[in-house]
Design a protein around this ligand. Sequence first.
Ligand code: NAP
Ligand code: ZN
Length: 352
Amino acid sequence: MKTLGYAAQSASSPLAPFHFERRSLRPNDVSIEVLYCGVCHSDLHMARNDWGWSFYPLVPGHEVVGRVTEVGAEVKKYKVGDLVAVGCMVDSCQNCDQCKKGLEQYCREGNTQTYGGRDRITCEPTYGGYSKQLIVREEFALRVPESLDLARVAPLLCAGITTYSPLKAWNAGPGSRVGVVGLGGLGHMAVKLAKGLGADVTVLSRTKAKEVDALKLGASRLLVSSDTDAMAKAKSSFDLIIDTVPVKHDVNPYLPLLDVDATLVLVGQVGPLNEIHTAGLLLGRRRVAGSIIGGIPETQEMLDFCASKGILPDCEMIRMDQIGEAFGRMERADVRYRFVIDMASLAEPKAA
Ligand code: NAP
Ligand code: ZN
């Protein structure tokens, strides 16, 4: 199937229209018309090859919402016209202990990423949701609750599940004190979800600029991470801190904020951090952990939870041709709080 998307052709070139082929439908595949696609900071990291494993052309996009346009002969879960969503994975071995537990993100053979990966059968590159169509096996398509505003659902598929999963894994709920470092796409979902789960939430931001927003999103307070007095007063006052900062940074100031046995979970930076001074860990049996997205059953649970609580991201809708500008603003932390591309805006390029 021929389709149109937006691709980076190298680490230094801006995204531009790109024609390519999607695979023919396999018996367990669904074909999806992409309606909306969220813009994750990972899309920018991958387009620029920040992590060193990108290859080109690269069509980003792993926060996808769309409508089923065709189903393979053996598809049971979906029919033409259904609303579905796709996140960061499109396949896994389905056979290992992790896949059997619904933790496909930790598949022993490695999951297949929605873009920038390789198809498990043909080894062809996978291309993401910055495109008109997407084809995935039905197990990796999520059901979108009808009550949710479709234009705002897409960011749940990465920003939502990436923060929901550690909140659940570390038992955030009534009585727990959760800190969120960095109020961006992931951070603002962490605030809404932690609040929805019943926790008391604090945003840790570099400046006071987002204080009003933080309170509106559901936080009880905003703590300025560069304010050493305020940070000292917050000593031992968190059960869980979720750190969404997208670059190398210093976690040492956050460690004393953890109570005894509490955990700081890294979900942002992939790569080195500033050196950790172990005193912050020893003096409180504190832990530093990491977490990546979430499994398919947990992603469905998160979507249903958001529907039951009316939780949706705060979105700024953009056209596909505004993606360069959106990447620039995301890099300057000038997004409140997630860009979503209206895929109807992706038109055939005009002949020169
Ligand atoms: P984002 O919307 O750009 O938000 C990041 C936030 O971090 C910013 O709003 C800012 O918050 C803070 N920040 C930015 N630059 C900073 C710096 N130099 N030092 C300290 N703080 C800084 O990004 P996102 O989409 O939420 O993604 C965040 C990170 O998570 C990215 O690295 C992305 O690749 C990663 N990610 C991981 C997973 C996973 O599965 N683990 C999934 C998706 C994304 P303040 O202005 O409030 O300080
Ligand atoms: Zn993402």
